[in-house]
Structures are given as C-alpha cells and as structure tokens.
Write a protein that binds this ligand. Structure first.
Ligand SMILES: [Zn+2]
Length: 139
C-alpha cells in the first residue's frame, strides 16, 4: 500500500516516509481506468525505485507508477491522507498516550514527556520531521 500524505508532501511506503517532490506543470501521465487523462502530480525516489504520482482529471483517482531503473514496472493504487484524516493516520502508528502527548504539545498544553519522546522517536524513525508534524497538529 502506498499512501500520499498531502499536507506534508510525503509518501508512506514499507513503513517509511519519503519526500514527494510536487510537479505543477500538468505533464501527461497516462490514462485512468475510467478513460480519463491523468496528470503527473509528484515524484519520489525510494532506494532504486522511482515513483510518479498521477491523478485522474475526471474521477480524481490517484495512482503511483513505480519504475525500477528505466522500466515501467507497475501501477499501484494510492491512498490519500489529507489534513482531515492525518490524525487518524497517526493514531494507527502511535499508542494512545503517545498520540495524546503530541496533540497536547502541539497545543501548548502540559504533556507526558516520556510518551512524547517515544512518539517523536517513532515519527523520526519513520522519516517524518517531528516539528512539521507538530505544526500540522496545531490546527
Ligand atoms: Zn479516472
């Protein structure tokens, strides 16, 4: 499963987060199953693989085209995490206590220091910038 974390421009794949470089030039990215035209929205590199995120102009479905070297290897369906469901995403990867400590810290409230340290370490081990995550949780 490939997840695009929209607000942080990251891709989550194989339990790791990698940076997604956004493309704004509307380059053609193939055709969708619905017959619509897809445009390239972003590109990411994961080890030896390059991935182009494409979005359908008709039905808004998002796919990842995964390249290994120069060969097109596969087209994979993508799940989008936006501002609304980013918290749900975090809850799946942190304990309740860790998640609460992040929210409290983001809102400037008293928080459980140990739980926060564990949450921060987990996020950073995944490849997140914990300050970026905290910033997003302020809202
Ligand atoms: Zn489509």
């Amino acid at each position: 499963m490939i997840i695009v974390i929209e607000p942080l421009s990251r891709i989550f794949v194989d339990d790791r987060v990698v940076k997604l470089t956004k493309l704004n030039d509307s380059t053609f990215g193939g055709f969708c199953n619905c017959g619509g035209e897809m445009i390239q929205r972003g590109i990411a590199t994961i080890g030896d693989e390059r991935m182009i995120i494409v979005e359908c102009k008709s039905c808004w479905k998002t796919d990842a085209i995964v390249f290994n070297g120069r060969l097109r290897t596969e087209k994979v369906e993508v799940e989008i995490v936006d501002r609304r469901n980013f918290k749900e995403f975090l809850k799946k990867h942190l304990t309740e206590l860790e998640y609460e400590s992040l929210i409290k810290k983001a809102h400037g409230e008293d928080y459980n220091y140990n739980a926060f340290s564990r949450a921060k370490k987990k996020l950073e081990d995944m490849g997140f910038d914990s300050d970026e995550v905290l910033f997003l949780l302020q809202f």
